[in-house]
Each structure stands twice: as C-alpha cells, then as structure tokens.
Design a protein around this ligand. Structure first.
Ligand code: CP
Length: 305
C-alpha cells in the first residue's frame, strides 16, 4: 500500500507520467465518470481550508465516488489517540486525505491506516499543491524539463514540495527566501536538490525573474498562525523583511513569467492586486488544477490507473 506523504519516494518519470494522465483526465472527463464509483474518501481537517476541501470533494463526486468531511474539532480525533481513531475510520473508506498541523501526526496516521493516506498539507510538505502547480506549468508551457521557476517568499511546506518535484522532473528552481519556517526545514531534501544542480538560492528577485518561466509566491505566515495574537510580533517582523520582495510591477519588470500563487492570497503583502489580475497570472488556473491533479493521485494510489 502506498501513501502520499511527500514525493520523496517517487521518481521524476513517475511524476511526469502522472501529470500527463491528469491532463488527459482533465480534457476527457467523460471517460472517467465512473472511475471512482463506490469509492469513499474521508477528509480530516485539523486546519482551515477552501481549496483542499472543495477540490477533493468535487473531484470524488465528478468521478462517481463520495467524500466525507471530518472536522478535527467536532470529531473524536480531538479526544482520542490518532492510531485508534484512524484504524476505525480507515475500516470504513477506501482512502484518506488529512490536513494536520504536525508532520509526525500525519506519519502516525499513515502507519496505522488500513488504506492510503494523502497529505493534505502539514508543517513540512504540501504535495497535492505542488502536483497542481506542475500540472499548471505543463498545461501553460507545454513541458516542465528545463523550465526556470523562481519562488519568492518564506521557505515553507509548499516550497519543500515544489523543490521535491522540480529537481526530479528537471525544472530549475530558484529560491529567494529571506525567512525560513524552521518547522518546515528538511536538510536531506535541500542537500539532494542542491546536489542535483536544479536548486539555487538567491536574493536577486529582479535579476532572476528576467529569464524565468514562472514566478511563484506564497503567504508569509502559515494559516494556523495568521490570526494568532501570539504570532503578532513575528508577523510584523516578516512583513518588514519581506515587503521588498512583493510581486508587483516594479519587481516583475522585464519578466514574461507566469505569475503563480497557491492561495489564499494576502493582497498587498506577498503580491499586489495588479499582479493578481495581470494577463500573466495563472493563479486561478492553479487553484482549479488542484482537483484535476488530486483525482489522478487518488486513482493512482487506489490502483485505478
Ligand atoms: N492552497 C491551499 O491549500 O488552499 P486551502 O488552504 O484553501 O486548502
């Protein structure tokens, strides 16, 4: 049984092949209308979500399956041990998607589950987001190998998954990250990506975007801390440090790169309204590709494709 915790145990060709499959499913939905018939996905959320919840649920419905939403706070995951609750839940469904705060809890869930577990974003990785992002790049630019992606923002869970996919699929990723979320840091991943020659660290945003194929930003503060008064000081510090790196007309001058953001957007912080609405922006396509990527991942883990 295979889980999707991250892409570390996937090869580049496996990822590229599944991206092609996802594109095929997107373009030929009628061929897959019953592909997940009588399959049940349980979605467990310990954190807020718009896209992850909507896309997984709509994706299961579109392919003839069913999704059950479980809020951590109104289920007995709140009170009991993960290993016990997940053995119960996984006896009633075909696959689980879990958005948990801590990576160690996701690992425990996967260890005790009787069915595949998909990481719906924890403090270390966000694999389904990265898969949709590369699906978007493939769809808009016709390929991934040799493309240059500039990520500007805080080093976080999403960036780890972008790094994981990019160096395996032959995309060059430039990371401009003046701030690091320590909880997300994965030295083994960074070492492997740097050794491959496909990951570069830089602080020259204006220089790097000039020949970039895509420029990507993300929230400076993780969702679980965004409204937390205890994080207020750190939030202020990050805004001060990061504002010069905002995606806006000045910083994007001379660039033809796709403008990417995984959403939710904090307008006026990591990106301004003009850049969101720019003709180069593929932000909403990225969001809509979450569903197309996720159904391909679900089908692959269930052995349907
Ligand atoms: N990008 C993303 O994961 O969106 P949600 O937090 O809304 O699910």
């Amino acid at each position: 049984m295979r889980h999707l915790i991250h892409f570390k145990d996937w090869t580049g060709s496996e990822i590229l092949e599944l991206l092609e499959k996802a594109l095929h499913i997107k373009k030929n939905p009628q061929q897959y209308r019953d592909a997940l018939k009588q399959k049940t996905l349980v979605m467990i959320f310990q954190k807020t979500s718009t896209r992850t919840r909507v896309s997984f649920e709509a994706g299961m419905t579109n392919l003839g399956g069913h999704a059950i939403f479980l809020d951590w706070r109104t289920s007995n995951f709140l009170l009991a041990d993960i290993k016990d609750e997940v053995r119960y839940v996984s006896g009633n469904c075909d696959i689980i998607m879990a958005r948990l705060i801590h990576h160690k809890d996701l690992l425990e869930m996967a260890e005790f589950s009787y069915v595949p577990v998909i990481n719906g974003c924890d403090d270390r990785y966000h694999p389904t987001q990265a898969f949709a992002d590369f699906l978007t790049i493939r769809e808009k630019l016709g390929g991934i190998e040799g493309k240059k992606i500039v990520y500007v923002g805080v080093w976080n869970n999403t960036l780890n998954s972008l790094v994981d996919v990019s160096y395996k699929t032959g995309a060059h990723l430039v990371a401009i990250t003046p701030v690091i979320n320590q909880a997300s840091w994965d030295q083994e991943l960074v070492d492997a990506a740097e050794k491959s020659g496909f990951l570069k660290r830089s602080d020259d945003l204006r220089g790097e975007v000039k020949d970039a194929d895509a420029v990507y930003t993300d929230s400076w503060v993780d969702m679980e801390f965004f409204l937390d008064p205890k994080f207020e000081e750190e939030k202020k510090r990050r805004i001060e440090t990061m504002l010069p790196y905002q995606l806006n007309k000045t910083n994007l001058q001379g660039s033809k790169a796709l403008i990417m953001h995984d959403m939710p957007i904090h307008t006026g912080y990591e990106i301004d309204r003009e850049a969101i609405e720019d003709a180069r922006s593929v932000i909403f396509l990225q969001g809509h590709n979450r569903m197309h990527g996720e159904v391909a991942l679900v089908m692959r883990l269930l052995g349907v494709i």
